[in-house]
Ligand binder design. Sequence first.
Ligand SMILES: [Zn+2]
Length: 388
Amino acid sequence: MLNQGINLADIKETNNSRVINLILNQENITRSEISDITQLTLASISKITKKLIDYKLIYESKYVKGKSGRRAIGLAFNYNHSYILGVKISRGYYQISLFNLKCELQESFKYDYVLDDAELFIPILAENIKKFIKKRSDIILISFAVPGPFNHKTGRIELMTEYTYLDQVNIYELSDYIDVPIIANQDANVACSAVAGYYQLEEDTLAFYYLDKGVGAGITSSYELIKGNLGTAGEVGHISIDYNGKDCSCGNKGCLELYCSTLSAIHEINERYGTNFKDIECFFSQTQNKSYFKETINRLAKYISIGALNIINAYNPSIIVFGGEMMKGVEYLKEPILQMLEKNVVKNIYSETNLIFSDNSYDFVLYGTAYIGVDYVLNNLSLLLKYK
Ligand SMILES: [Zn+2]
């Protein structure tokens, strides 16, 4: 019986993709080594590599020792073949960044939201993106990180707590203005895709716990991001930690985000102690000698650890990375969080869960737009094989 669903074009694309992946994983690999691994004839490999070299996607890097001891030519991937624009949408600002295919940042600009009229957000964003596209024609993808819950089927930001300006904005409307393919994912998911690369991790189950102006989590299982039906999986910010608690704009009560996002935390601190801190960084840096510092840290650590506990129990990651703006206080929060988790997680699960605390110096969301984008173009080679 014919293997339905696989046509010649698919097989060609699969073979191109296998060859590219081998070159990505082993720089200076030779054609005969690729032939041995793929079981494709040397003639087929030569044909594929010729095409990829024509497209300047790979190049002959240097002479290496071949199988029989004779000199052979090694192949390498051209990471500057084309570029990806990463767009990070945040509460308070957005950032457009240019990356090469090695996820190396080339340039980046931050923008304020200038108007209250959300209708104008997409046209203004399009103008700013066009400035990059005018400078270079080899931008092959625009990869968005958007605060969740973000519906990747419709392109809409379904709810943006504390920053309602962008509620219901449709990211995909950008394609009315710009002729470059667009992908968009929830920010914590995007961040999770940068974790393995940054920490050089091999593990197949990871969690990125994003404690920023909002709260969310990105989870991978078997090296794949868990996205759910609409792309909103991992929205732990709307897990209730108190069913009689504060009202949340999602409709529920006591959502985690109302207690340990940096915006909620600073509201609560200012309300309780009559202070006037503008952000969480000011609190961490200015109040260490104040009587309420320790109790605030312990309260925050408790909320954060309840969220982590839920992530660990629901997803059982081998590694959980704590990231986002809240980690500006990592030196104070880490110990109490560890103590609470050790007490509250099943002993053998706790001992098999590696907890990593970032210090917020690396922007996982920003770089994640590139990681998730590169992954996308490598799975959609037609995007790469358009540019020579
Ligand atoms: Zn909620």
